[in-house]
Ligand binder design. Structure first.
Ligand SMILES: [Ca+2]
Ligand SMILES: [Ca+2]
Length: 215
């Protein structure tokens, strides 16, 4: 079956995804019917590819939760998860449900749901003076938000990717020459790299896929 708009699909019996199968999920909003959701009466055995795409310009926000699959019981996990870029995603498999959660907008160091020049000095502060950053933003996790290149660690290696974020079309008008600004800011602090532990996050570069909902 194919789905061109998000929908809830109910299936009686069981469902098995093999290594060559792809489940494509579109997220168009938070309400029921605005994102693709599978309701499986029996068991769901997961494997293959999960491809998640935003639909019709929807912009997820930190904390958004999408229960995309419910079943009598859920076994296994997808082998590959392709999730919309720009966010740190949590993919939660439990006994009867698979949920996606937006853990953070990458680079949004002050948590205002925008990546702007105001985030640049905070990005640097979180790198070189983490205790001050944590004291200012006790509810934000810099290890998640700052891991722009999604390699599992927030460190100097994310600086280039963060600069590229600020250079993007969405914020270009308000952030002239962000690279120069960022590097100048960084020079004030000097090089001090702190490596932090792995955090729970899953994200891969967004890639196009067929519109097949189940195949
Ligand atoms: Ca921000
Ligand atoms: Ca990183």
């Amino acid at each position: 079956m194919a789905a061109t708009t998000p929908a809830t699909v109910s299936i009686e019996g069981s469902l098995v995804y093999g290594s060559t199968n792809t489940l494509t999920i579109e997220l168009g909003g938070l309400l029921s019917g605005e994102f693709d959701r599978l309701e499986i009466g029996g068991g769901a055995t997961l494997g293959g590819n999960l491809v998640v795409e935003v639909f019709n310009g929807f912009i997820p926000s930190t904390g958004d939760l999408f229960p995309i699959l419910v079943a009598g019981d859920v076994n296994g996990t997808f082998d590959n998860e392709s999730l919309p870029s720009g966010y740190a995603w949590g993919v939660d498999y439990n006994a009867t449900m698979l949920s996606l959660e937006v853990l953070a907008l990458l680079g949004d160091m002050d948590g205002d749901d925008n990546v702007t020049a105001a985030d640049a000095p905070l990005f640097i502060q979180a790198l070189v003076n983490r205790s001050t950053y944590d004291a200012t933003f006790p509810l934000l996790d810099a290890d998640v938000i700052g891991d722009i290149n999604q390699d599992g660690t927030f460190d100097l290696g994310d600086l280039g990717a963060f600069s590229a974020l600020l250079s993007g079309p969405a914020s270009a008008a308000s952030v002239p020459e962000p690279s120069t600004f960022l590097l100048a800011t960084f020079a004030l602090f000097g090089a001090a790299e702190r490596r932090r532990g792995q955090t729970r996050q899953f994200s891969q570069p967004h890639r196009k896929s067929s519109l097949a909902f189940l195949d």
